[in-house]
Design a protein around this ligand. Sequence first.
Ligand code: F3S
Length: 428
Amino acid sequence: MFLTDDEKRMRDGAEGDAVAAAMDLLIRYGAALDAPRLCDIRNVAGTMTQPSPVKARLVAEGGWDKAFAVINLDSDADLTIPPMRVPTCQLQHGFGPDSVDIVPYPRANVDLQSDAESFYGRHGVNILATCTPYQVGNLPLRGEHCAWMESSAVIYANSVLGARTNCEGIASTGAASLTGRIPCWGNHRDENRFGTHLISVSGLTVESFQDWGMLGYFAGSVSGEDRPVITGSLSRPDLTELKHFGAAAATSGGVELYHIPGITPEAASVEAAFGPGASVPDAVVYGPAERAAVYETLNEIGSSTDVDFILLGCPHASLEQIRQAASLLDGKRLASGTELWIMAPRALKVMADRSGYTAVIERAGGQVLTDSCPAMSRTAPAGTRVFATDSAKQAHYLPAILGIEAWFGTTEECIAAAVTGRWNGELR
Ligand code: F3S
């Protein structure tokens, strides 16, 4: 792999042992992928602060320098971690101190994470604490090379923002944060950004939040790890709907990049989405039968209609989603024995607090929670047997993670279930 003089200096230790270890990791990673060179980056979204038993043991042995060396740099050496070389943010992690009396999450994890935040904050990591960094100010430009983790964020960055990132891991983002480099392969390269599958919506119009999620789930199942191009009868989506669509496509498949001609930035037309001179493949149709099949799949784990727990905000809710929940709950009260959690970025919760939305939700008995989610922290209200959600991603993952039943429906159906304690959703 070609290295610039600056990269050779870092590799050879001119900026210290930790940077040399980071460069060594990137060189090994790039060689394994046959990457011809490294990309310059200045935007890393990774995870350093998420608590775990291994991290607790490493911190006890050698402090946070040791934990970062082993987990984020794949190195057993005694390293002193310098400040991050490029802007770096922490994605979602565990629950914080303000959730202690609400979420059954170990206090030791909360304390470990608070300690981590203070260490990494001093090293220049912006603690955004959300899976949607693009909602709270981390917006890379079109064409900008990044190193991001979190599948729902990666697909948003590539497809909606036109930035360039692969779905990185804890160690590669750690190394990228100290060097400002990442192997230049996959989604960083022009030739890997064209469409591979054509999906045409026909016989219905995709226009609701729920429909964008179901279409995303279908697109992921059709495309696997490739790049769908979506056409046909679509209303113009907003940020929230694209957030939902992408998270679902990255759940049923491993999609990291899609195009919607005329809407996403790298596809002015269907032909442009597939690249110059490429033939456009036959379309896979998404119609009423396919929509019904997706709905059936997402609801196949539900059997009891007695609902204990409602979860909204996966990926983390937009301010508009919090406002909508407040409006649906205004003047109502949750059913006894039913809990409602709305997951949101901490920065947006501050705005929801100021706008009065949080107070309305709390008066009804619900909670706006930040930093994490049940799937990430493997927790739900004590005794939960059946949950309902408007998120295809949570409906897909949470039953397997927590061994509970799931219902998937509209936000309105979820709020109605929170108020009545009964699931009464149906495909309309
Ligand atoms: Fe975010 Fe958790 Fe969903 S991290 S994307 S809310 S599974």
